[in-house]
Design a protein around this ligand. Structure first.
Ligand code: FPP
Length: 243
């Protein structure tokens, strides 16, 4: 039986309010089947859908996923194009269904390098999300943690020079990040067997618990998410304090 279900969310366990995921292993999943890498991303997009609905149903408020990094432009034109098409489909579907499904969609990252169509769709999804009550999916696209910090520093410097911002502290700096208004993730899941952070949520992950699994992202099921939440519940979180 799954650990967490809509009807029976075990009360003694704590549920992360915000889960983030590095969805690694799509390419290997496809190659193992003799398929092109883009087929792995399409399967990964389906796995994401199941994980998303599961998170919503058990009461997770935010799910943030790494869909395209600032380094992913180095991949073949075919693979980059396929990821762009998947983002377009996710955005169109979200705009259509977010009221019904109670799922908002926000794209994090440097959108300026995306096509005007994708930028417009991202903005429409953002606008529509403002009117919807429910959980929030954050899709990190053309996203890099260092890039996000540099963009935030530039924005702050401009505001400071214009007399629009006061002295910098952590809370003020956070407000300049793409994730402003989103609480930090408590749990970050990485699939695909690697154990590194790959420039994902560098600032926001300061106190996150990491869960690594060899499962390739397209094979991830709600049960794997429950296992990650279970592992999270066995960690002792001290935030730098003593026991
Ligand atoms: C990393 O695996 C995964 C990606 C670069 C893309 C992740 C995208 C999805 C799961 C599709 C969902 C997309 C959107 C836009 C919502 P990899 O391909 O580097 O895996 P490998 O290490 O096996 O090669």
């Amino acid at each position: 039986m799954p650990l967490f279900t809509k009807e029976n969310t075990a009360p003694e366990r704590s549920l992360p309010r915000h889960i983030a995921a590095i969805m690694d292993g799509n390419g290997r999943w496809a190659v193992k089947r003799g398929l092109p890498r883009k087929a792995g991303h399409a399967a990964g997009a389906e796995a994401l859908r199941k994980v998303l609905y599961h998170c919503r149903d058990i009461g997770v408020r935010y799910l943030t996923v790494y869909a395209f990094s600032t380094e992913n432009w180095k991949r073949s034109e075919e693979e980059v194009g396929a990821l762009m098409v998947l983002l377009k489909r996710y955005l169109e579907e979200a705009i259509d269904s977010m009221e019904r499904e109670r799922i908002k969609l926000f794209v994090m990252g440097d959108l300026s390098r995306l096509s005007p169509e994708l930028q417009a769709l991202s903005n429409r999804a953002l606008e529509k999300s403002r009117t919807v009550e429910g959980m929030q999916l954050n899709v990190c696209f053309n996203y890099g943690g260092r890039d996000e910090i540099v963009r935030a520093a530039r924005k702050y410097a401009r505001d400071y020079a214009a007399g629009k911002a006061g002295e910098l502290d952590e809370a003020l700096f956070s407000a300049y990040l793409d994730s402003a208004a989103i609480p930090d993730p408590e749990l970050i899941i990485r699939t695909g067997g690697e154990q590194r952070t790959s420039n994902f949520l560098l600032w926001q992950s300061a106190y996150a618990e990491y869960y690594f699994t060899d499962t390739l992202w397209p094979d991830v099921t709600p049960a794997e998410i429950d296992r990650a939440i279970d592992a999270f519940n066995h960690r002792e979180r001290r935030y730098g304090g003593a026991k």
